[in-house]
Design a protein around this ligand. Structure first.
Ligand code: ATP
Ligand code: MG
Ligand code: MG
Length: 346
């Protein structure tokens, strides 16, 4: 059978590899991590630095197609992978790795991000706050996830002690949203696009905690505009695979928050809650297979993340006949760490 290469070794790669196995593929994980929960369910594992071009070239030559489950893979060394083998491509990575280029890209396509100002030096912050107003959030341009690398700024004087990270940052106005939702789409090699239903997403301390269907009416009112933008993004990037865009539903319509050029935590419910999961359709898309039906199997569904010590209470979930328990096989339940999730459909 064919071999699918996956850059990144976390739980998203693990769930991708499990779907790939169902379709008869073998997976080969590339990750610098010592312990990879994706490698544990895959045929091969190359443990090497993201900057090791030789290792990347050897990895690619052992694969038929290469994808990624982690959006902060350094782009420059990826030229060691033959052009056309990588899906989605490097352009999606370049844009999604920098919050500023991501927002500008989306604005050019007619999307509306939260008001923002670039803050690359300590001296830029006061001006940014004056322009955008308070309250706001200062975010690192690069490498932030699960709310890490973000600082709330309630008033201008709070900014006095804030040190801007060397890699630069962006100051965003705090959006008064009614709820959050994401658009998850899959785009095939021939350009066909399909969408999953949009759940209401709830975050706790910057980390996704919960997704639910049905979403409030405002999501239904705004999802078409959000889908149109997400599809434009996918088309502009000649994207192949699953793409996620996060939105704030506000009184003035959907505001774009950020994108992830990959399968997404807010789509984990699709494993049991949709005819075809985000993981299976991602594999189908990059392998050039026909896409599967993205329809929900029920209008009612909840997905709860198991974060840190919450994951220790597995007996409760195992005794619930409706609960589909997923554990990622991570060794330590550190605070704020995503250890697994539980989905209940219907
Ligand atoms: P991840 O990539 O894991 O989704 P992240 O670290 O990139 O997270 P963001 O998506 O930027 O973080 O922010 C995390 C959460 O913080 C958002 O989902 C939202 O709940 C809140 N948040 C972020 N930016 C804003 C904003 N401008 N206004 C209001 N809330 C915000
Ligand atoms: Mg993010
Ligand atoms: Mg986010």
């Amino acid at each position: 059978g064919s071999t699918i290469g996956i850059l990144g070794g976390g739980q998203l790669g693990r769930m991708m590899a499990m779907s790939a196995a169902q379709l008869g593929y073998r997976c080969h994980i590339f990750s610098p991590e010592e312990h990879s929960v994706a490698a544990e369910v895959s045929a091969q594992f190359t443990k090497a630095s993201w900057h090791d071009r030789e290792a990347l070239a050897a990895f690619a030559s052992a694969c038929d197609v290469v994808t990624y489950e982690f959006e902060n893979v350094p782009v420059e060394p990826l030229s060691a992978i033959p052009a056309g083998m990588l899906a989605p491509g490097t352009r999606a990575l370049e844009i999604a790795q920098d919050r500023v280029s991501e927002k500008r890209f989306v604005e050019e396509l007619g999307g509306l991000p939260a008001p923002f100002a670039v803050v690359d030096h300590d001296a830029d912050l006061a001006e940014a706050i004056e322009k955008v107003g308070t309250p706001g959030i200062l975010k690192t341009r690069r490498d932030g996830y699960d709310g890490k690398g973000q600082w709330s700024i309630a008033s201008a004087h709070e900014a006095d002690g804030v040190r801007v990270p060397a890699s630069g940052s962006v100051y965003e106005g705090k959006v008064r949203f009614e709820c959050e939702f994401s658009v998850i789409l899959v785009r095939g090699r021939e350009g066909e696009v399909r969408f999953w239903d949009s759940t209401r997403n709830r975050h706790d301390s910057g980390i996704l905690a919960h997704c639910e269907l049905p979403a409030p009416a405002i999501v239904g009112e705004q999802v078409e505009a959000a889908r149109t933008l997400a599809q434009k993004i996918a088309e502009a990037l000649e994207y192949v695979g699953v793409l996620t865009c996060e939105f704030f539903a506000t009184a003035n319509g959907p505001l774009f928050n950020e994108m992830a050029p990959r399968v997404h935590n807010s789509g984990h419910w699709t494993i049991e809650g949709a005819v075809t999961s985000q993981f299976e359709n991602h594999i189908r898309a990059i392998a050039g297979l026909p896409l599967g039906d993205t329809a929900s199997v029920s209008g009612t569904m909840v997905m709860d993340n198991l974060i840190g010590a919450n994951a220790l209470d597995v007996a409760k979930h195992l005794s619930d006949p409706k609960a589909h328990l997923h554990l990622y096989g991570k060794a330590e339940a550190r605070e704020g760490r995503k250890m697994g999730h539980v989905t209940r459909v219907g």
